[in-house]
Design a protein around this ligand. Structure first.
Ligand code: PLP
Length: 391
């Protein structure tokens, strides 16, 4: 059975060109980029070419890009170093950040006594910029604001330019987890006074185990992995040349095709909204995910009008790979923080969230199969409900 893959916010399939570029490196560029001989220097050039391409995309300088193993590492490095090396005493964040941000922030509170203030998202999942401004003005403590650009469960987009300006005006550092939006959107950091951002290649058809951190020049940030001069001494360890080349190829392909990919995916997303609304009475969409202008085009968070914790498994048995929320919290007994913010108690008890996440490979036929499967599951719940009322 051919699987239908609708979990692209968790990870994306590698494109053939990315695989070819990586295999070429594995076969022919095994040199250590720190070696001074030509084999080493050839590997070094491959890395520097990708660094230049990433920097061009973000309109920053190559020295501001530090390759890491993933988005999680980038976020850890930035937050930990802000506290340990830049003397941040207070962090302003939100309860709907990815775990790799949320838990690192809590760790800083526990281990370093950092004060943590949370912005409370409204029922749409948006944080309030006036609450942020009030918090920024309420203390003289050295502050880091860490707020994600695109939410991985509901796709809500934050106006990172406004937040960055607000932080700058109030002398705070600003980090944004840009893992879901990087490559999918135009990001011009020459126009956005952001200090730190993160990227993970496997979210845009690159390999797992390859990402980068954007670290604004002269920020003074240091690394958390020590013991070598690699990556300007900010991230010790022999570089993952093949992974970095894969990231570079995936970025090149996505940027070249961004507008056609985005057009296709938006059409598919709208089609999914229309079909689900037509076929399943009572279906809703969480946060701003059904609002094209205010959400990441790859994510649609659906709320099914019945409670079924087994929905993921049932769809998997029908050949559809999909997550209920974020991949890292799927399987968790507790509902995600994001859902706790956007759903009321009644909805928590009687509905099922489902995250449909698309790529340019997604077709309308695949969406038809998903809708058909969901109609079947919904119908069986309705029959069960009627039967239990007559028992
Ligand atoms: N941040 C967000 C918003 C994510 O969606 C993810 C992955 O799901 C991460 C961070 C972690 O990225 P990685 O899988 O590269 O560690």
């Amino acid at each position: 059975m051919n699987k239908i893959y609708l979990d692209n916010a968790a990870t994306t399939p590698l494109s053939e060109e990315v695989i070819d570029a990586m295999v070429e490196v594995l076969k022919n560029n095994f040199g250590n980029p720190s070696s001074t001989h030509s084999l080493g220097q050839e590997a070094k050039i491959l890395i520097e070419n990708v660094r230049r391409d990433v920097a061009n995309y973000l309109k920053v300088t190559p020295a501001e890009i530090i390759f890491t193993s993933c988005g999680t590492e980038s976020n850890n490095m930035i937050i930990q170093s802000c506290v340990n090396h830049l003397h941040v005493e207070r962090i302003i964040t939100s309860p709907i950040e990815h775990k790799c941000v949320a838990e690192t922030v809590l760790d800083m509170k526990k281990r370093n006594g950092v004060e943590v203030a949370y912005l409370r998202p409204d029922q749409k999942g948006d944080v309030s910029l006036s609450q942020l401004e009030n918090l920024l003005k309420s203390s003289d403590k050295k502050t880091l604001v860490t707020l994600m650009h695109a939410n991985n469960e509901i796709g809500n987009l934050l106006d990172i330019k406004k937040v960055a300006i607000l932080c700058k005006e109030n002398n705070a550092l600003f980090h944004s987890d840009t893992v879901q939006s990087m490559a999918h959107m135009d990001l011009d950091f020459s126009d956005i006074p952001i200090d730190f951002a993160s990227c993970s290649a496997h979210k845009f058809h690159g390999p797992k185990g390859s990402g980068f951190a954007y670290i604004r020049k002269a920020s003074g940030l240091k690394g958390i992995i020590t013991g070598g001069p690699q990556e300007r001494s900010l991230r010790a360890g022999t570089e993952n040349v093949c992974g970095i080349v894969g990231l570079g190829k995936a970025l090149e392909i996505y940027l070249k095709n961004m507008s056609s990919y985005a057009d296709h995916i938006k059409e598919i997303k709208q089609y999914t909204i229309d079909q689900l609304s037509k076929e399943i009475e009572g279906v809703k969409f969480n946060g701003r995910s059904a609002e094209m202008e205010h959400s990441l085009y790859t994510v649609l968070s659906v709320l099914l009008p019945f409670k079924d914790p087994m929905i993921g498994l049932k769809l998997d048995m029908k050949g559809i790979a999909i997550s209920q929320g974020s991949a890292c919290s799927s399987g968790a007994a507790k509902p995600s923080m994001v859902m706790m913010m956007v759903l009321d108690e009644e909805e928590m008890d009687h509905t099922t969230p489902l995250r449909v996440s698309f790529s340019h490979f997604t077709t309308k036929e695949e969406i038809d199969t998903l809708v058909e499967a969901l109609v079947e599951i919904t119908t069986s719940f309705q029959i069960e409900k009627v039967n239990s009322e007559h028992r």
